[in-house]
Design a protein around this ligand. Sequence first.
Ligand SMILES: NC(=O)C1=CN([C@@H]2O[C@H](COP(=O)(O)OP(=O)(O)OC[C@H]3O[C@@H](n4cnc5c(N)ncnc54)[C@H](O)[C@@H]3O)[C@@H](O)[C@H]2O)[C@@H](O)CC1
Ligand SMILES: [K+]
Length: 490
Amino acid sequence: MRTAYTVETVRAAERELMARVPEGALMQRAAAGLAVVCAEVLGKVYGSRVVLLVGSGDNGGDALFAGARLARRGAGVSAVLLSPERVHAGGLAAFRAAGGRVVAGEGAEGVLRGADLVVDGIVGIGGKGGLRAPASQLVSSVRALGAPVVAVDLPSGVDADSGVVVGEAVRADVTVTFGVYKPGLLIDPGREYAGVVRLVDIGLELGVGVGAGGGAGAGVGEAEVEAFQYADVASLLPLPTGESDKYRRGVVGIVAGSARYPGAAVLAVGGALRGGAGAVRYVGRAADAVIARFPEALVSAGPPSKAGRVQAWVAGPGLGDDAEGLADVVGADVPVLIDADGLRLADAAAVRGRGAPTLLTPHAGEAAALLGVAREEVERGRLAAVRELAGRYGATVLLKGSTTLVAGPDGGAVRVNPTGTPWLATAGSGDVLSGLAGALLAAGLGAGDAGAVGAYLHGLAGRHAADGAPVGAQDVAEAIPAAWRDVRGD
Ligand SMILES: NC(=O)C1=CN([C@@H]2O[C@H](COP(=O)(O)OP(=O)(O)OC[C@H]3O[C@@H](n4cnc5c(N)ncnc54)[C@H](O)[C@@H]3O)[C@@H](O)[C@H]2O)[C@@H](O)CC1
Ligand SMILES: [K+]
């Protein structure tokens, strides 16, 4: 599990650690780790030209101490001080003593033009709001240069707690972050600005937080965001045993598709079958299309509640206006996943009143409609939006996107999916995910786990299917078994 903590939690842990170590030790650890990564990016330190962008806080201090280390190894290091009167004094003294050169603001463009590496120490976890001038102007000129950029702790301009970017921010090739990940490094748009993230151990001790849907809200010392890795997913994959029959593996009911959109039903059923369902019951107007593609599906004509035993329902993809079918499913006493048209049709009070787990899977546009805000607002503040929806509906919410997020109804850490790929932004891809996550619900996973594992497998399947070229949703469904094998390490 990769866990990220809020600035407040990081600061508290740093205070506690600082009281136990000699003064300045943490900054030295940070600078040493930073210098190592800079040297790796440069390849050859001796004779290289490095430019530090130095802000007025400790983030700039880290850059100056790292710059001093590189200067001692023979690099020509220049520091552009954004506020010379408030620069980290100890860092500046060490930098000068090592032969570093200080450049005034107006000389910045000149040194930047010849740089082999730019180190962004403008602002770290102390950043508030969008970057102010002159930092914002400097950042836009750095982008035009093409030299690799290493960001100190986080790219300046990215909000550490949310990944929100207002105005200019540094686009880093590598971000060297200290102690623990910050949420803004894992969630878009911040994640994209961060490039490759390298974690440097400075001795911080922070425990693992409570998962999505796992109960208590994220308190002090708990993770704000967590990202599954292979091992986390592998430990949750429901595997059949010698005792398994279709009910032990989980029967998924799917209420999807319409005369206009029969394909959505086919894709959702395909996702559910590859998600390990023991059987799939299909209820809706696309039965012929479903059977033609998946003869193993069990189709029925009546309402969902008369379809026979089901351990989880998936309702909504391509459903059109079948409000009755949707309401029937919302009234069921088993886990329910609601997607696409189902989100529009679902009665919020009825969803809140459900006893069994509910998983809502909107994309940004659907989330915006549910929240009554513009789509851009959701895209800019994905973490806040997913938490807000989960609270309002008393449900687990999976917000689809380049970094899919899963929030539980009772707070706790939000899961962020690390496997997404832009190739997944294709029609019908969400229908596949709904079937896949529905199968995991039917197998007995909690809503937060089903959402996170489903998103993880779906992302890997998208990568397998795409392999650097465009894909259709059917290809993604067919690549789910390959994703499954990846995770199991076969
Ligand atoms: N506290 C610690 O124990 C450690 C902190 N370290 C470093 O210290 C950083 C935090 O240092 P600080 O608390 O001094 O804060 P920062 O250096 O991150 O930023 C604070 C400074 O940036 C300016 N600033 C804030 N928002 C701005 C904006 N939107 N535009 C332009 N300027 C803005 C402020 O005026 C302030 O002077 C971490 O990110 C990390 O790099 C590391 O040395 C490791 C140890
Ligand atoms: K920075």
